[in-house]
Design a protein around this ligand. Structure first.
Ligand SMILES: *Cc1c(COP(=O)(O)O)cnc(C)c1O
Length: 376
């Protein structure tokens, strides 16, 4: 919560649930990343929050952009980024979208298989590609599973295939899992990356770039290490595995860039019990999984929730959204302590919601409009 967001909500009193994003926090976070990893280029992961003002601010600060679709590429271009500051980082692309990106001047593409390399060789001849390797994502609160990346041994073949087809094989990428609280999580993947560099060097292909991905945390309820600590751990791991032949590096923060810049204002619609003798109250808000809080799936992300009665005694509650879908329950396995004095009609502030909220909200499920955002 920042004074600017507090003042905005007090003065503007926006109706309905809404997200308020403070650009001062985004600017501060960008500068923190630049300082913590001064030799890395920052490619902001657009999907975390693609609000035009956020992209424009970052473009002005010198950020580059990691995009997953042609629409995101167009947003980054509209914000003022030049094509050389945009990567098409999705490993799953239609060939015609690769062609559309190439026509816009994009020259940097992610791949994790030979089939994708072949699309790029046809639709973006001569472009630069990096191979994404699998990363277990252990310890991450929002792990990214096996959907993206390939085994390091296959990455070697994929990059050699790219080279053979006239593409420029430039490096390796990975993602250690989103909201990764372990600063050492990059070590194993950097070891694999260094091995890939070595193997390909023996085959006459000199890689030069490692894309360190995202994973840098936002502050939710649990304490997380400072970005500085991630910088130190990553620099150490780079030196350990690459010695004095350090590659160029890029980072792709999404959550860590915008997560703590946003606050959602919501309202208590109903507080009830399932039986008079129950201890646990159900608290229904006017926002739920379909209104932007999709990352509460499996109760993965646990947001700080503030009320005006936080000084009062608290008791565990089950928190749910307003829709008629029984999946729309936010916290039940681990009930959430809220003030016993909390009442219907009270406002609640859900903090750390600048990333992965608004774009996750459904267009009109049950007639609820998508989450409105104000960028200040
Ligand atoms: C989503 C994504 C990111 C951002 O991840 P965070 O954990 O939010 O920092 C970075 N890189 C790629 C390829 C992604 O898909």
């Amino acid at each position: 919560m920042t004074d600017r967001i507090r003042d905005f909500l007090r003065l503007r009193r926006p109706e309905g649930p809404c997200l308020v994003v403070d650009l001062d926090v985004v600017r501060e976070n960008y500068n923190t990343f630049s300082r913590a990893l001064p030799d890395s280029r920052v490619f902001y992961a657009v999907k975390a929050n693609p609000e035009p003002e956020v992209l424009k601010l970052l473009a002005g600060l010198g950020s580059s952009f990691d995009c997953a679709s042609v629409a995101e590429i167009d947003m980054a271009l509209a914000a003022g980024a030049t094509p050389d500051r945009i990567s098409y980082g999705n490993t799953i692309k239609k060939e015609r979208d690769v062609a559309a990106a190439f026509a816009r001047g994009i020259r940097l593409f992610a791949v994790d298989c030979r089939e994708e390399v072949e699309k790029i060789a046809r639709a973006a001849p001569g472009a630069q590609v990096f191979a994404r390797i699998l990363c277990a994502g252990d310890g991450a609160e929002w792990p990214l599973s096996r959907k993206f990346g390939c085994e390091p041994a296959l990455a070697v073949e994929v990059l050699e295939h790219a080279h053979r087809l006239g593409l420029e094989a430039i490096g390796v990428s990975f993602h250690v899992g989103s909201q990764q609280p372990n600063t050492e999580a990059w070590d194993g993947a950097l070891k694999s990356a260094a091995n890939i560099f070595r193997t390909l060097s023996e085959r006459g292909i000199q890689l030069r770039m490692v894309n360190l991905g995202g994973g840098f945390p936002a502050r939710y309820l649990k304490k997380v290490p400072l970005v500085k600590a991630y910088g130190r751990a990553i620099s150490g791991a780079l030196r350990k595995h690459f010695g004095n032949r350090l590659p160029e590096t890029i980072i792709e923060p999404g959550r860590g860039m915008v997560g703590d810049a946003g606050v959602i204002k919501a309202e208590v619609v109903l507080i009830s019990k399932k039986a008079d003798e129950d201890d646990t109250r159900w608290v229904y808000l006017d926002i739920g999984k379909f209104g932007g809080l999709a990352e509460t799936m499996d109760e993965a992300i646990r947001y700080p929730i503030r009320t005006e009665r936080d000084g009062d005694d608290k008791a565990p509650c089950i928190i749910a959204g307003p829709t008629c879908d029984s999946a729309d329950v936010l916290y039940e396995k681990h009930p959430y302590p809220l003030p016993v004095s909390l009442s219907i009609g009270d406002e609640v502030l859900i903090e750390g919601t600048g990333a992965y909220t608004q774009t996750y909200s459904a267009v009109a499920f049950n007639g609820f409009p998508p989450l409105k955002a104000y960028v200040i």
